[in-house]
Design a protein. Structure first.
Length: 192
């Protein structure tokens, strides 16, 4: 497996999926974009002329992201993404031109990734790349973030397990393609 900019070859897998689907250009959304380059699952798409939305909550990283994306067709959003509400992904994307049926969603915020996707209702990406916490017990992550016991909230990383992410994907109409470090899913209607 090749790797261009991502951590574990996720951008290569995205390339292969898009090629197999016959998609040469489109839209992406990257949540937890950092500076838009560092360990990015979408930076390769930027260089291929894609349009996108990059969301970053850390102000210093956002400022670098904004500089790095100035010459591209990328909308930068400075916000900590919450599971739902005013800072939920549905609400944040409403203020951008991204279509509801966009091509690639990448979520890597080192915490509520599961819940961000869980509450995404108005948008239906074709491909979803999402981080999990492989050390998480399968019965704990179904608890709403604010209801988690203090012992769980204190953990540095509060992601979901592979099992739970697969259950969520199934519920939302996606199937697992592979797991090179982040889970990569394809919408059911696109399987051939």
């Amino acid at each position: 497996m090749n790797n261009y900019y991502s951590h574990n070859g996720e951008d290569w897998v995205i390339d292969q999926l898009l090629e197999g689907l016959g998609i040469k250009t489109g839209w992406f959304v990257d949540v937890g974009a950092w500076d838009g380059i560092y360990l990015s699952n979408t930076y390769r798409l930027v260089h291929q002329g894609w349009q996108g939305v990059e969301v970053e909550g850390d102000l210093n990283r956002y400022e670098q992201l904004f500089k790095n994306m100035e010459k591209f067709k990328v909308w930068c959003v400075c916000s900590m993404v919450q599971a739902k509400g005013i800072a939920g992904l549905d609400r944040l994307l409403q203020n951008t031109p991204v279509p509801q049926d966009f091509e690639v969603l990448s979520v890597d915020v080192d915490s509520w990734d599961y819940w961000i996707w869980y509450y995404l209702e108005k948008y239906s990406p074709k491909i979803v790349v999402i981080e999990i916490d492989g050390g998480y017990a399968d019965d704990e992550e179904w608890i709403q973030p604010e209801d988690r016991p203090a012992r769980i909230r204190r953990r540095k990383f509060n992601g979901a397990s592979r099992f739970s992410m697969n259950k969520l994907a199934e519920k939302k109409g996606y199937r697992l393609v592979c797991d090179p470090g982040n889970m990569i899913y394809l919408r059911n209607d696109l399987w051939k």
